[in-house]
Design a protein around this ligand. Structure first.
Ligand code: GLU
Length: 306
């Protein structure tokens, strides 16, 4: 497995790349993050943990939450129902693009890792109200981390006030029968989901559950079915790193999902989960230092699945 000292060295090298990135500012509450932060945790399926940097600092999941919601919704509704509303194909478009919804027929989102697809997925969480749906989602996340996790109210509120692009995606999809129900309720749920807050160690633990075919490495309990864990890891490979997923697959080769907060969850099948936080982003929205760090790690330990 990893080596604690080497991890510290790799973090120091990768941190120097943060100066070439920029913290996300389209969600006002994310603007104040420190661009020089960089931390990592690794959680092996043998329950060993390694870390470097401020690995206990909390951050919001943003798009990383899309994989978790997908796992829950696939287990709730089954593949057939889910994939009747959202596709399986990667896109070269940015995560918040509306373009393909109109030009691609049928007009369902291309995949669950872009905003349109994620909104359609969150719309399928079971429950009779926003509260019930939220309770199910957060309970699931708490089981995955083994911790009492909650969300950052300021970040959720800040996004809700400014989420007009996501609003447009929802109204477009409602018109075309992809989503149902009240759009504002869906946005409340989605922004809370994106604002779920945790540290690198918690995130590494979730990555380890996926790496361990859906079973909690600690208790052995099957938290996600093996099939659903496989589907989620496949989406992480094909669409997890925005529109640079191809380059990431070549240079790193680890199933991973990033978010605009600067988090990255990695899952090395049969080995470990990885949680990274580095808020300075590259031009597509991935943590710039985080990607460098994963590149170094994957090369060092031959973790590419290819
Ligand atoms: N909450 C963000 C949004 O919907 C998530 C985007 C991301 O992390 O890619 O815009």
């Amino acid at each position: 497995m990893a080596n604690q000292d080497l991890l510290g060295e790799l973090v120091d090298i990768a941190r120097s790349f943060a100066t070439y990135g920029k913290v996300a500012d389209y969600i006002p509450a994310l603007r104040d993050q420190n661009p020089d932060d960089l931390a990592i945790s690794i959680y092996s399926i043998e329950n060993e943990s390694y870390y470097a940097g401020d690995h206990l600092k909390k951050f919001t999941l943003q798009s990383i939450s899309k994989v978790i919601a997908l796992a829950l919704v696939l287990m709730d509704n089954g593949e057939e129902e889910v994939f009747s509303r959202v596709g399986m194909e990667p896109t070269g478009d940015p995560f918040n693009s509306i373009a393909k919804l109109e030009t691609h027929k049928p007009s369902k989102p291309l995949n669950p890792m872009i905003n349109a697809g994620a909104l359609a997925v969150t719309n399928m969480i079971s429950g009779n109200s926003v509260v019930e749906k939220w309770d199910r989602l957060i309970e699931f996340i708490c089981h995955l981390t083994g911790q009492k996790v909650t969300y950052n109210e300021d970040v959720a509120y800040s996004e809700l006030q400014t989420a007009n692009l996501n609003r447009s995606l929802c109204y477009f999809m409602k018109q075309h029968g992809v989503i149902s129900g009240n759009v504002e309720d869906l946005l409340v749920l989605y922004t809370k989901q994106c604002a779920v807050e945790m540290n690198c160690m918690d995130l590494a633990k979730i990555g380890a559950v996926f790496a361990n075919d859906g079973a909690d490495p600690e208790s052995g309990k099957q938290l996600i079915t093996k099939d659903v864990a496989r589907i989620c890891k496949t989406f992480m490979v094909t669409c997890g790193m925005y529109n640079s997923s191809g380059e990431f697959a070549i240079k790193v080769g680890i199933p991973a999902k990033s978010g605009v907060s600067g988090g990255i969850m990695g899952s090395v099948p049969g080995k470990c989960g990885i949680g990274i936080f580095g808020p300075a982003l590259d031009e597509v929205g991935n943590s710039i230092a985080g990607v460098k760090l994963l590149e170094g790690l994957s090369g060092k330990y031959s973790w590419s699945i290819f």
